[in-house]
Design a protein around this ligand. Structure first.
Ligand code: SF4
Length: 613
């Protein structure tokens, strides 16, 4: 077996001990790597029913099957933990040099358990694991932490993954950052690191990664790399995902003012085109990526002069239109603060939008908001709130819980406009105008997530009537979820998926050339199904019930107020019909439980046993 190392590094922070677990090829082939492997390791190592912020939670980190090789856009890693935001599976992806370096250090994955007595960072130096004092780093921003640790190690090849202040303060949507600007953003994994007094994991990996067929892999990689410079990625290379703003606005799908509107009057001023001419500094790429979708922007004048960050569509939507903010410099400043403090930009923006609606509805007055006037559009208030959230000061302490918990605490009907599912705040596409996508959000195991379901694709491409909720969407949503799980386990960046001639056929070829292991297309597809079922298994174990698969009251109770889909609704019975259809397509019971025969079909009978060595 090549590419894989077959080794998982277990780190017990409480005992300050580590050991290596050996994984057999069959086991690796069953989960591939990335999200699949991280989920399995989480299932095996987190205590069932644990407090997400307690010592019994585990953090599993796994690189993709192809990390460390020359395959384009495959340098990614997945983090999994029980989420403090949702109470269910929290899986989040990041990319770039840290991912490759962990493999070059000799590991496919890491599992972190226990809790350090004092702030600690773990330094994985190839074979050696060192526990280092992080007292002096506690309180430092993400970027400064990376720099300080790399300086201490004194080797530029060392890569650092770390939390900012928000993770230390246990903000439930704190992220984990690496390589100065890449984040495992969603579901609050950063707070789990903070709860374990884990400030950072530094890795130095200097070992070569062997592949089974170097010449063949090189040839196919070059070919894919060339295709990745073609038409399917042209938009991403020029404007990144921010290039989607005007299209979504034109279609009436740009969530605005906490989903009260779906058309934003200031869309032009926050568009990719406007960004390019006014703020773009350069495009940068993750390690081994020929696309370079990341757009680094800088504010050149005005009150936010000097603010600099890389933005994508989701960040822009959440901190911009969702809060009614059309001031691009204000959005850049807010995004920069999120990155520095280590906050998920999406949950931050949507939670602030909820607070703004509370203020506009008179549920909050200035005495509740530390004197801030939280009207929609007030970018100064948004910037001020982000600091309070990260430091958990004043109203920030409430908002650090996320919109679900905050709205349950405040009550007064504010739960109806907390735009979340399972506690995870919604992405930037209007679900009432994209019905298959709406189903994907409702049933998503990590909560409302477009990336884990990809079900917006048939809606957006016109393969189905996007405004119609009907039977048949269950099978479509299932297939797209399985595809996403395969991408996230092989760990191809999703932006390159459109460059494959036939994704599954080419993916098994990449896998064979890299690892020397044969995998059929059918087996690959079954990995996707297995991983989706494994995540669901974890959620059921942690108390999931059918009621958790649902969408916010606003989506199910109010017609779309504007845009091309004006007047469109998504009635509760329509969503129920699609969810029942989805459970059937998955082979689950009417209550969404996984029957024993499905567990057996997917080779997951050993879930309750520790069958591995
Ligand atoms: S397309 Fe963007 S996110 Fe994907 S690997 Fe390249 S730079 Fe990273």
């Amino acid at each position: 077996m090549d590419a894989y190392t077959g080794r998982v590094l277990h780190v017990d922070l409480g005992r300050r001990e580590s050991h290596v677990e050996v994984l057999e090829p069959d086991f690796l082939q069953k989960y591939l790597g990335g999200v699949g492997l991280a989920t399995r390791l989480l299932v095996d190592n987190a205590e069932p029913g644990c407090d997400p912020l307690g010592e019994e939670n585990a953090i599993a980190i796994a690189v993709g099957a192809l990390a460390g090789t020359m395959v384009p856009c495959s340098g990614k890693h997945a983090l999994a933990a029980k989420s403090p935001l949702t109470g269910f599976i929290g899986d989040s992806l990041s990319s770039s040099y840290w991912s490759h370096t962990l493999r070059r250090a000799g590991y496919d994955a890491m599992v972190i358990t226990g809790k350090a007595a004092e702030p600690t960072y773990v330094f994985v130096d190839n074979e050696y694991v060192l526990f280092r004092d992080a007292e002096a780093l506690w309180g430092k921003e993400s970027f400064a932490t990376e720099e300080a640790i790399r300086a201490e190690i004194g080797d530029i090849r060392a890569r650092v993954s770390c939390i900012g202040v928000a993770g230390e303060k246990l903000v439930r949507y704190a992220c984990v950052s690496n390589d100065r600007g890449r984040q495992a953003g969603r579901t609050g994994v950063g707070a789990v690191w903070g709860s374990k007094n884990l400030k950072a994991i530094a890795v130095r990996g200097t070992q070569p990664v062997a592949v089974a067929d170097l010449e063949g892999l090189n040839e196919l990689s070059l070919d894919l790399g060339e295709r990745a410079q073609g038409l399917p990625t042209a938009k991403y290379r020029v404007m990144g995902t921010v290039g989607n703003v005007l299209t979504l606005n034109r279609l009436g799908l740009l969530p605005t003012r906490n989903f009260r509107n779906s058309v934003f009057e200031s869309a032009e001023e926050i568009s990719g085109e406007y960004m390019q001419s006014h703020f773009k500094e350069k495009a940068v790429a993750c390690s081994g990526c020929p696309i370079a979708c990341e757009q680094v922007v800088r504010v050149r004048e005005g009150p936010y002069e000097g603010a600099r960050v890389s933005v994508d569509y989701e960040t822009l939507y959440a901190l911009g239109p969702c809060c009614g903010i059309g001031d691009f410099p204000g959005i850049i400043k807010a995004a920069e603060l999120c990155d520095r403090y280590g906050l998920d930009t999406m949950s931050t923006g949507v939670t602030i939008a909820w607070a703004m609606e509370c203020y506009e509805e008179g549920i909050f007055t200035a005495s509740d908001t530390d004197g801030l006037e939280l009207n929609f559009g007030n970018h100064e208030a948004s910037v001020a709130l982000i600091e309070r959230i990260a430091l958990r000061e004043g109203i920030g302490d409430l908002l650090a819980q996320g919109s679900k918990r905050a709205s349950e605490q405040v009550g007064q009907g504010s739960e109806k406009f907390a735009m979340q599912s399972k506690g995870l705040e919604l992405p930037g596409y209007e679900p009432r105008g994209l019905k298959t996508y709406a189903l994907g959000l409702a049933v998503g195991t990590r909560g409302a997530c477009h990336n884990r379901s990809l079900a917006y694709e048939p809606d957006m491409k016109g393969q189905v009537d996007r405004l119609k909720a009907e039977k048949g969407r269950g099978q479509i949503a299932r297939e797209y979820e399985d595809l996403a799980a395969v991408l996230d386990s092989l760990m191809f960046c999703k932006f390159i998926r459109g460059c494959f001639n036939d994704f599954h056929e080419e993916a098994v070829e990449f896998y064979r050339l890299a690892t020397g292991l044969d995998l059929t297309v059918e087996e690959l597809k079954q990995v996707g199904e297995r991983v989706c079922n494994l995540k669901k298994y974890f959620n059921i174990r942690e108390g999931w019930s059918k009621e958790d698969d649902w969408l916010p009251a606003r989506i199910l109770g109010e017609p779309l107020p504007d845009g091309s889909g004006q007047g469109t609704t998504l009635a509760p019975e329509e969503l129920r019909l699609m969810i029942d259809d989805y459970y059937e397509a998955r082979g689950w019971t009417e209550d969404g439980q996984i029957p024993p025969e499905k567990i057996a079909e997917l080779g997951l009978e050993d879930l309750t046993q520790k069958a591995r060595q």
